[in-house]
Design a protein around this ligand. Structure first.
Ligand SMILES: Cc1cc2nc3c(=O)[nH]c(=O)nc-3n(C[C@H](O)[C@H](O)[C@H](O)COP(=O)(O)OP(=O)(O)OC[C@H]3O[C@@H](n4cnc5c(N)ncnc54)[C@H](O)[C@@H]3O)c2cc1C
Length: 395
């Protein structure tokens, strides 16, 4: 951690610090340099200061006693009246990570009517289910929900907190990490727990060109978010176990300045992440109208259609149909890619699919390295042919 300090007695008011700052975080007031909250402590002003009045201080991070933070807590999300499936996927992963260290896996449920979902969670092997259920929690309010999750974290002192990388999770996790002055890694694709309890949070970085391994070495808990469909969903157990603990609402919930005035459910639309079969169009398609054959093939196979990013950029499809790092992660039983090269930003978000069929004219296309069936051919011949065969019912 670093911070910038201004030694007023040395400041000559030359203004060079103001000119050097890329964030507009330092300026002159009363002839002296003053910082504002935009400061990122980058140190550009300290380098520019000729009189040594602006200095960058390194503060050594104090390490917490890691042995006092044990177990894994999963934030179970209720979304549109359902338990979001990412919750059980995370519980499954947490149980796998926790076993070698003998950790408990607990979960927290927040929302008006949350208690109704606690019983279901007892079938997934968690030890405790902390429930915050009250009319004050009707409708998602980030500060109120964060206050409840914070309460569960202070109570259980987990080493790791896992949150789904959903709209709600992306809003909650950074708030929680800030409250505990600790690290957060978003959109992890793999997680490993070292014997010293450091969580290795693996995720694509630098536009997907490297897989970064990130650890939170000095602080606890370690926060990570994971997208839906990245981890394996565990089997629901026949027997129920785990204790349901109903908690009173923490103070912060009542003082929230956010008031929910009204809410309206958007028409439910199936996400491409939920599809069992996907047909995907890439830049190999010559014009927008040709997407029609992708849609037709998807329909005949009882599935959904999706695209690579260039097609979203051309305005041919909405972002909700995009597979990839800046789109969605998918894991269908069957995926057929048509004219997609298989760039890492695309492939890393579909390569866990059960059966991958790739159609591409270029035998060297990277998509073939993840495909189970490689069709080196023109999509304009293969796709209409498949459509015709399916319509005729011929194999
Ligand atoms: C930070 C970052 C995030 C990104 N996020 C995403 C993301 O979320 N999703 C995503 O898709 N991309 C993403 N990208 C872009 C990515 O790098 C690629 O540019 C993109 O995936 C390429 O899309 P494509 O395969 O459709 O097109 P291309 O790479 O142009 O490939 C087209 C393919 O079609 C084949 N082809 C051409 N004509 C035919 C034909 N008639 N029949 C059969 N095959 C044919 C070609 O041989 C070629 O392999 C991201 C990039 C960055 C830097």
């Amino acid at each position: 951690m670093a911070k910038i300090a201004v030694l007023e007695r040395k400041c000559t008011g030359c203004g060079l610090c103001e000119k050097s700052c890329p964030f507009g975080a330092i300026g002159l007031s009363g002839g002296k340099a003053h910082l504002n909250e935009a400061c990122r402590a980058c140190g550009a002003c300290a380098k520019a200061c000729p009189s040594g009045a602006v200095i960058r201080l390194e503060t050594r991070t104090e390490s917490v006693d890691k042995s006092k933070w044990r177990g894994i807590l999963v934030y179970s999300e209720i979304s549109a009246g359902h338990l979001h499936p990412v919750s059980t996927e995370l519980i499954g992963k947490a149980l796998e990570l926790a076993a070698p260290l003998g950790y408990e896996v607990n979960t927290v449920l927040v929302g008006d009517g949350a208690h109704a979902f606690a019983e279901e969670l007892r079938h997934y092997g968690v030890s405790k289910i902390f429930v915050y259920d009250a009319p004050e929690l009707a409708g998602f309010r980030a500060d109120a929900y964060a206050a409840c999750a914070e309460d569960a974290i202070r109570l259980t002192k987990p080493s790791v907190v896992l949150v789904g990388s959903t709209l709600v999770g992306r809003s909650l996790a950074p708030r929680l990490a800030t409250r505990f002055h600790t690290g957060l890694t978003a959109d992890c694709t793999q997680l490993e727990l070292r014997p010293n309890s450091d969580l290795v949070q693996i995720r694509p970085a630098f536009g997907g060109n490297i897989m970064a391994q990130i650890i939170t070495a000095n602080t606890r808990p370690q926060f990570a978010t994971v997208r839906y469909k990245v981890m394996d969903a565990p089997k629901r157990r026949q027997e129920a176990s785990g204790e349901i603990i109903c908690r009173p609402l923490p103070k912060g919930v009542y003082v929230s300045p956010i008031r929910l005035i009204s809410s309206r459910a958007l028409p439910a639309r199936k996400s491409i992440s939920d599809a069992d079969v996907l047909v995907v169009g890439g830049r190999g398609l010559k014009k927008q109208a040709d997407l029609e054959m992708i849609r037709t093939l998807a329909e005949l196979l009882g599935g959904d259609w999706a695209v690579s990013r260039p097609l979203v950029e051309k305005g041919w499809a909405g972002n909700d149909r995009q597979i990839g790092l800046s789109g969605r992660t998918v894991r269908p039983r069957l995926i057929i890619t048509c004219g997609v090269s298989g760039a890492i930003q695309f492939a890393s978000c579909m390569n866990m699919s059960e059966r991958i069929v790739a159609i591409n004219t270029d035998p060297e296309a990277p998509i073939f390295s993840v495909a189970h069936i490689a069709v080196t051919a023109d999509l304009y011949e293969v796709v209409p042919d498949l459509i015709q065969k399916l319509k005729e019912g011929t194999p």
